[in-house]
Design a protein. Structure first.
Length: 632
């Protein structure tokens, strides 16, 4: 995403330019132009520049190689997306050539082509490295195609071209190999087919705009009319932060095909008035006849609307979707205290009821005063909207209005696992516990291996394991999750999560990986088997759960670690499987830990139990965290 550094407003002169361009709009012509040289005098009066953008040698330099530089270019005549009187929508296409050049190895951040409401102000925001110079918490009516050269925490792990709708998170993206093509002329083509509602972008590094084999292509189905107003401006926005690059637009072509003819002279007006009078008479007669039929059929329509099979209100049933703030307020009874389900470090969760679909939901209300609350919100939406699995909580949608950050999920009637293990609900049988552990392992296998892009959760714990009516497992809370770069085994990051569940290499060095997730799972597995928290508040001499279980293992009485609440009512071999998996996953050397697939194989009893050697620390006590402590 493109960082925004400091305040970035249109100047009064630039706003006046836009207003003067809009006033003489020719409604009879679709928007079409070709700019081969931005120095041309006819272009000087119709193209506006803001920030550090300027014309050099006939091209537009959006931002030169300087830190914290932002520039914007807008074509003065607006584009009409749809004729509201007859419902006709426009197709459009735009071609442009550009170069991205840098003088340092670490460069950034890219630029975007955008469509925005008329006179759209560049938001007054400070840098957070993710808003493209186009977004803030209250203004989001923007469609953008970004050419992103800088990888940050919210991005895919590659330089990419992305299509963004009302968010800095790309709805679809494709790799953008600019690293091998710095300084080369790139030709891009963006098209929109209104009837198919398809926005597509292709680009070529071969230096010709007519290339039959583009270097990259992506598309996304979207109804622009549902996002943007009738009239919009089109343009480019580029920015740099601490990393720099030079973004230059060399040529720009644009064409649309909507016939905007709205006047045909005085004679046409007279004929139109006569036709209107005739229509009034005809409509009055027809309405009188139809009125009775409408009254008779209205009950049938109401009943049919309530049927889930008929497809009415289909758009509102498609998940995930954007919710209106008032809709969520109504669903939660104004965030009433009696609807509150719980509270975590980043927000509160409320029970809600959606009247239009008849569904009970859980609404997560992120605290606005929490550090990086907007980053947590965007990260969770960006990641969980990509994921679908029976052991992940279903993400239904989001809302970002009135300075509120809200996430909507399916409602889990049996709450979180920690309430059953350590709270007032202590009623889980062994069969249910084993089923829960296997469900968490399957969720991790999906996140680590089977998802389109691997995800590290970073906060696997009993409070984030939710249970439905049948005690099926659902992993929740992806606010601090990360997409994994497949080229890297581990990545360094700021340490976040819950103490007691963090792997030593993550806690001490900030190295996050699939193996650090497996460590957290190991702690969780031991909690499920032992009915004991990994740590106890207020106990200075508390022995960590993993060490406590290891001592029982070395002493040869591993079953003594089983939860006393079970009263030995469990399958002995299954208990050994779960405890052994817990020990295996919590080994200090991350290279010794199993994958999620190996854990599943053990729990399903498809492979023998792992065996561990009793290695000793300096004080003669058994240490399960020594390297190479597992026997094959």
């Amino acid at each position: 995403m493109l960082p925004t550094i400091g305040n970035f407003h249109y100047s009064k002169a630039f706003l006046l330019f836009l207003i003067l361009c809009i006033l003489p709009i020719n409604l009879a012509q679709p928007l079409s132009f070709t700019i081969a040289n931005f120095n041309d005098t006819k272009n000087a009066s119709i193209v506006g520049y803001a920030g550090v953008a300027k014309v050099e040698d006939g091209s537009v330099v959006l931002n030169p190689i300087i830190e914290n530089g932002k520039g914007r270019v807008i074509y003065g005549q607006p584009l009409r997306l749809k004729n509201s009187s007859d419902g006709l929508a426009t197709d459009f296409s735009t071609r442009f050539s550009f170069t991205i050049d840098a003088t340092v190895a670490k460069y950034g951040d890219g630029f975007a082509f955008f469509l925005a409401p008329l006179l759209y102000q560049i938001p007054t925001v400070t840098s957070n490295g993710s808003l493209l110079g186009l977004y803030d918490a209250t203004q989001n009516n923007i469609i953008a195609v970004e050419f992103d050269t800088y990888i940050n925490e919210l991005d895919p792990p590659v330089q990419h071209v992305g299509i963004n709708n009302n968010s800095v998170a790309s709805l679809n993206y494709s790799k953008f190999d600019i690293e091998s093509n710095l300084g080369k002329m790139v030709h891009a083509l963006i098209t929109y087919n209104a009837s198919a509602q398809l926005l597509a972008v292709s680009w070529s590094f071969d230096g010709t705009k007519s290339s039959s084999t583009p270097s990259g292509y992506l598309s996304y189905k979207i109804d622009l009319w549902a996002v943007l107003p009738e009239w919009v401006n089109v343009g480019f926005s580029g920015s740099t932060g601490s990393s720099t690059e030079k973004n230059v637009i060399h040529t720009w072509e644009f064409s649309s095909n909507l016939d905007l003819n709205s006047t045909h002279g005085v004679e046409s007006d007279i004929a139109t008035k006569c036709k209107v009078q005739v229509k009034i008479v005809v409509i009055t007669v027809i309405c009188s006849i139809v009125f009775v039929l409408v009254v008779i059929s209205i009950s049938w329509l109401i009943i049919k609307k309530r049927r889930t099979e008929d497809g009415f209100g289909l758009d509102r049933d498609i998940m995930p979707r954007r919710f209106g703030y008032e809709e969520i307020v109504a669903a939660t009874n104004g965030f009433a205290d009696d609807r509150r389900l719980g509270e975590g470090g980043s927000g509160q969760v409320y029970k809600g009821f959606l009247e239009d679909s008849g569904r009970v939901v859980a609404v997560k209300r992120i605290f606005s005063d929490v550090e990086d609350s907007e980053r947590i919100f965007r990260n969770e939406v960006n990641i969980i909207s990509r994921l679908i699995h029976r052991n992940l909580v279903q993400f239904m949608g989001w809302c970002q209005e009135k300075e509120e950050l809200l996430l909507v999920f399916e409602y889990m009637s049996n709450g979180s696992l920690d309430n059953h293990l350590f709270g007032i609900r202590r009623s889980l049988t062994w069969d249910v516990r084993y089923k829960i552990a296997l469900g968490v392992a399957r969720a991790l296998r999906y996140l680590h291996e089977d998802a389109e892009q691997s995800v590290v959760h970073r906060d696997i714990k009993s409070a984030n394991v939710l249970l439905d009516t049948d005690f099926n497992t659902k992993i929740s809370d992806f606010g601090i999750a990360r997409l994994v770069d497949p080229r890297l085994r581990t990545q360094r990051t700021k340490v976040v999560g819950t103490y007691g569940y963090l792997a030593p290499e993550y806690l001490n060095e900030g190295r996050v990986s699939k193996e650090s997730d497996m460590y957290s799972f190991g702690v969780l597995a031991l909690e499920i088997a032992c009915g004991r928290r990994t740590y106890q508040d207020g106990e200075d001499n508390h022995v960590p759960l993993a060490k406590w279980v290891w001592k029982h293992y070395v002493d040869g009485n591993i079953l003594n670690a089983a939860d006393e609440e079970l009263k030995m009512d469990f399958d002995i071999y299954e208990m050994k499987c779960l405890l052994s998996v817990g020990i295996w996953c919590t080994l200090q050397d991350h290279r010794e830990r199993p994958t999620s697939e190996q854990v599943i194989n053990v729990l399903k009893q498809e492979v023998p139990l792992p065996m561990f050697s009793a290695r000793f620390s300096d004080n003669g006590q058994p240490d399960p965290f020594e390297s190479s402590s597992r026997k094959e």
